[in-house]
Design a protein around this ligand. Structure first.
Ligand SMILES: Nc1ncnc2c1ncn2[C@@H]1O[C@H](COP(=O)(O)OP(=O)(O)OP(=O)(O)O)[C@@H](O)[C@H]1O
Length: 255
């Protein structure tokens, strides 16, 4: 078992890990058509850390993110978000947990076109019957650099601005963890850099925990740690990545 396996399984892990997965497998389909998208994955995500998940197409990155976030059910294993274990939850409890604890940023920005930027940011809280805490809301809006755009609808915003609205929407409810699935995949390099700086800042200044799937070594370089997946398994990890080191490891892993 790896060090991380021991740490994740150990009791003290609960205090430092925002989210942990132990022995998680996910099989799609049955019989001859079965695909083992995740194969006995044990991994932990420390509070206040920014993790990038990389690996070749089909290696299981999105499946891992969806299982960790409670968007998809694992076939076997256990996942904890803070101290709540997901596999035992009903669909309703899982939905509530996601609403309370998890933020999402997707490649397609997933904003509501008829709502303003401000209304989009406040929507998850409104659904949960909560109001934004004003001082925190102001800090998030300033961090994301959208103060002058709050009354605009998504169609009146650039792709980069729309994604930062999505980032603010994820952050404003102070979730235990934010999952970002290729958040810069639809952005030009300047907007990507702005989004990544915003994510970095939310980790450094607000202590946010973020897990981001990316194919881009220069995006991964904004993280604290990179996990490498292949064939549904975690095959390597790197602390304090640079784009060059990530690219080197990708070449060595044959990704
Ligand atoms: N709903 C599904 N039904 C059947 N097979 C699926 C489903 N979703 C994913 N898979 C399969 O599971 C494996 C892992 O897919 P996943 O999307 O997690 O990979 P990925 O690393 O995110 O890939 P990409 O980089 O191309 O997005 C692949 O073989 C994929 O075809």
């Amino acid at each position: 078992m790896s060090d991380i396996g021991e740490r994740v399984r150990g009791g003290e892990a609960r205090d430092v890990l925002a989210v942990r997965a132990v022995g998680v497998s996910k099989v799609y389909g049955h019989g001859d058509n079965a695909v083992r998208a995740l194969d006995d994955v044990t991994v932990g995500f420390a509070s206040g850390q920014f993790t990038a998940v990389m690996g070749p197409s089909g290696s299981g990155k999105s499946t891992l993110l969806h299982c960790l976030a409670g968007l998809d059910r694992m076939t076997s294993g256990q996942i904890w978000i803070a101290d709540t274990e997901l596999s035992g939850l009903s669909d309703r409890r899982l939905t509530l947990l996601r609403r309370e604890r998890v933020g999402f940023v997707f490649q397609a920005f997933n904003l509501i076109p008829t709502l303003t930027a401000a209304e989009n940011v406040e929507l998850p809280l409104a659904i949960a019957g909560r109001r934004p805490e004003r001082a925190w809301y102001d800090r998030v809006i300033d961090a994301v650099g959208l103060r002058g755009r709050l009354g605009h609808r998504p169609a009146q915003l650039s792709g980069g601005e729309q994604q930062r609205v999505a980032g603010a929407r994820a952050l404003v409810s102070r979730p235990t963890i934010i999952f970002a699935d290729e958040p810069t995949g639809n952005l030009d390099s300047r907007s990507s850099a702005e989004m990544l700086r915003f994510m970095r800042r939310s980790v450094d200044e607000f202590g946010q925990t973020i897990v981001m799937v990316t194919h881009d070594p220069s995006a991964a370089a904004f993280s604290d740690r990179v996990l490498f997946l292949a064939d549904g398994r975690v095959v390597d990890e790197m602390a304090d990545p640079t784009a060059e080191k990530v690219l080197d490891l990708m070449k060595r892993l044959g990704g």
